[in-house]
Write a protein that binds this ligand. Structure first.
Ligand code: DGY
Length: 436
């Protein structure tokens, strides 16, 4: 058996083994519940061999949706003592229990990918019709509750909402968040993986203060959006949301929902106009600290995601390709999560340097969308080599490819099946979805 065939099998086995009955845990030890953006990628992985199960992953995720439209970062379907902070710490009122914050909105893009791949469109349309109002309500929550002044820039109130938890982009905004208590002894993650590959105790103490602040506001949407001491526009969430808006717009048209399509067009127009505020003088795009009004001093892998959002001009896309080429002199594998030229770059620490396959997929999609296929192909080739040589790990050291964090990871398995496996070559590298 070739390495690739072996990995095809391992990836399927991993998804099946991590399936808890309608939802998939990212990793049995480190993350024993349903995580939001993990599930969106996982659905695309299941779609390769079990379409019904793929739709269910998204349907189950929305069992956690709040009345105000928020789709939480974690749904705690069943208790598990192996994770901190669990449902009691969050103290939200929802059943099933959830966190009180969201995560990058990939689900509409996943739904579109599932719909496009479905052989029986009538059946897929039914599943899609069930999900559409939930997806739209979530997008509305971002565009209204998290952009209460209609600026076109959405607010993120917690580093965990960005999905890139300890990215150096958050160092400065977090420096103003003063810890109130020491939670280091409560952490479970360090017992599952090497502590050097995880965020620091100082990080946990600060981000848990944000949870306490939101609890004191009883998790009320607009109060949280306006009142937490950490408020940023994350270039990652901003871009992923715009791409998902575009995909949801295509689905609205597919379902003949003209009124909703018009609403989505309005959000997209407003968002595109706002991207100018996120452009750094070096040509990269950056997160914006909404408290200080300053752009992040460091470029990260998310700086390339405006390509995925189709929010750049051709010239901006060319410039991003140049910037990425400059990174490869310092890192063997594309795309390090933090610029390897930055002082904060740390090749083993979670989002401060390691390569993550899901981000690579979005960035490659972005370059391809701008006709920069060679850059996209290099990112895909690097990603494939990482998985083939080092396994379906959570993240990888960009200097030598070493596998880091959790093992047998669900979204890495899903990315293998839906994008990296040679079986995808016949379907054009299985593009996420065709963009208009
Ligand atoms: C964790 O616990 O590390 C997660 O990323 C939070 O969502």
């Amino acid at each position: 058996m070739t390495v690739s065939t072996e990995l095809d099998r391992l990836a399927r086995d991993t998804l099946v083994a991590n399936d808890r009955g309608g939802y998939t845990v990212p990793n049995a030890k480190v993350y024993p519940f349903q995580w939001n953006w993990d599930s969106a990628f996982v659905a695309m992985g299941f779609a390769v061999f079990d379409e019904d199960r793929a739709w269910r992953e998204l349907e189950t995720l929305f069992l956690g949706q709040w009345q105000d439209g928020m789709a939480p970062s974690i749904v705690f379907h069943r208790p598990d003592p192996g994770y901190y902070p669990g449902p009691d710490t969050w103290g939200t009122a929802h059943v099933p229990p959830t966190t009180g914050i969201s995560q990058p909105p990939v689900a509409a893009t996943a739904a579109r990918a599932l719909f496009q791949a479905a052989p029986d469109k009538a059946q897929a349309r039914q599943r899609l019709s069930g999900l559409f109002p939930q997806l739209l309500a979530w997008h509305r929550w971002w565009h209204e509750t998290r952009d209460p002044d209609a600026t076109g820039l959405v607010t993120v109130v917690h580093p965990w909402e960005t999905g890139r938890d300890n990215s150096p982009e958050w160092d400065e905004p977090l420096s103003r968040v003063k810890p109130l208590r020491d939670v280091s002894a409560l952490r479970k993650d360090k017992t599952h993986v090497n502590a050097a590959e995880r965020p620091t105790d100082d990080f946990y103490n600060r981000v848990m203060r944000l949870v306490d602040e939101a609890k004191a506001l009883e998790w009320q949407g607009e109060l949280v959006a306006r009142g937490l001491s950490f408020r940023v526009c994350d270039i990652g969430v901003q871009s992923i949301l715009m791409r998902a808006d575009r995909d949801l717009l295509a689905l609205a048209r597919e379902l003949g929902r003209d009124t909703e399509a018009a609403v989505l067009e309005g959000w997209i127009e407003r968002g595109v106009a706002a991207f100018g505020r996120l452009k750094h003088e070096d040509g990269s795009f950056r997160s914006l600290d909404l408290v200080s009004g300053r752009l992040a001093p460091v470029a990260t892998s998310a700086s390339y995601l405006p390509l995925y959002a189709r929010a750049c001009t051709d010239a901006e896309a060319e410039r991003l390709a140049q910037i990425l080429a400059g990174w490869s002199t310092k890192a063997v594998y594309a795309v390090p999560s933090t610029s390897p030229k930055a002082a904060a770059f740390d090749p083993v620490s979670y989002w401060r340097g390691p390569v993550w396959l899901v981000v690579n997929r979005m960035i490659a999609d972005g370059f391809k969308g701008y006709g920069l296929g060679e850059v996209a192909n290099r990112i895909r080739a690097d990603s494939r080599r990482l998985a083939e040589t080092h396994g379906l790990r959570e993240y990888f050291d960009p200097r030598n490819g070493a596998g880091l964090g959790g093992k047998d990871f669900s979204w890495s398995s899903a990315i293998w099946l839906s994008w990296l496996s040679p079986t995808c070559d016949a379907v054009e590298g299985r593009d996420l979805v065709t963009t208009d």
